[in-house]
Design a binder for this molecule. Structure first.
Ligand SMILES: Nc1ncnc2c1ncn2[C@@H]1O[C@H](COP(=O)(O)OP(=O)(O)OP(=O)(O)O)[C@@H](O)[C@H]1O
Length: 256
């Protein structure tokens, strides 16, 4: 159940690629422990929205606040980013999981988990090892700890990617279509791991085409089309009684 602390606040976000607007004044808020599902047609700007949150893309206008701290501030209609130190501090609180798992192929599963805590956070191995092992147990991957990623199924690799992100103890997890590259039978394990995280009160934004997950694991759903948020609602209302025509026709196609 979400509480009232605002973890993410995006206000009036604009982003263009080659003068073509992709985000057209997006505003949203995510509260602590909220699971926000972002759905919408291909090209509507969902991935760009997430990528702007973790600075893989920069915004042109608007502001982004994470846990009350400005990552980017609106200044005369333009976005002005915080200094590098502040950015690093803010970004250290968020981890992102991608469609392609992006594991280090030359490292074992365990080494993948330990890499960032050891070399980004400068933690000691005896501090982080028990955390990593516990995460591997939780995601059902403990017996794979010494395997290389190429030996794992896509679903297992994605669960490693999630465990690796969690090893950084983030307050916020961003998921960009985490099951889209997986065969349907492999999505279940990944979605179950995400459901478990949601039950443990992790604050999450999940860009997904998995309507089942959005319906029963999300606390709120937004529908994006053409760079705008068209509709935002609680999952039950969103799926049983969408208000906007574009949402209705999207859902009709997706739930066919
Ligand atoms: N780096 C880039 N350079 C140029 N155009 C881009 C870039 N990244 C995204 N776009 C364009 O921005 C628009 C939105 O893309 P985005 O990936 O955010 O959509 P999406 O809703 O996540 O789509 P999908 O569901 O297919 O992943 C698309 O028209 C895309 O071609």
């Amino acid at each position: 159940m979400e509480n009232s602390t605002i973890m993410i606040q995006m206000s009036d976000i604009y982003k263009s690629f080659n003068n073509i607007p992709v985000l057209k004044g997006i505003s949203l808020e995510v509260k602590k422990s909220e699971v926000l599902a972002v759905i919408g047609p291909s090209g509507s700007g969902k991935s760009t929205l997430l990528r702007c949150l973790n600075t893989l893309e920069t915004i042109d206008g608007g502001s982004i606040k994470i846990k009350g701290e400005y990552l980017a501030k609106n200044s005369d209609g333009k976005a002005e980013y915080a200094d590098k130190k502040t950015q690093k501090h803010i970004l250290g609180q968020m981890c992102m999981v991608f469609q392609q798992f992006n594991l280090f192929p030359h490292m074992t599963v365990l080494e993948n988990l330990l890499e960032a805590p050891l070399h980004v956070k400068n933690m000691k191995k005896n501090e982080i090892l028990p955390v990593a092992e516990e995460l591997l147990r939780k995601t059902g991957l403990f017996d794979k700890r010494d395997a290389y990623p190429s030996r794992l199924s896509g679903g297992q690799q994605q669960r490693v990617a999630i465990a690796r992100a969690l090893c950084m103890s983030p307050d916020i997890m961003l998921f960009d279509e985490p099951t889209s590259a997986l065969d349907p039978e492999l999505t279940v394990g990944v979605l179950n791991t995400m459901r478990q995280l949601a039950e443990e009160q992790m604050t999450m934004i999940v860009v997904t085409h998995e309507m089942g997950f959005a319906r029963d694991a999300a606390s709120n759903v937004i529908f994006m089309a053409d760079g705008n948020i068209i509709e935002k609602a609680k999952p039950h209302d969103f799926f049983s009684n969408p208000q906007e025509e574009r949402t209705k026709s999207f859902l009709k196609n997706m739930l066919k």
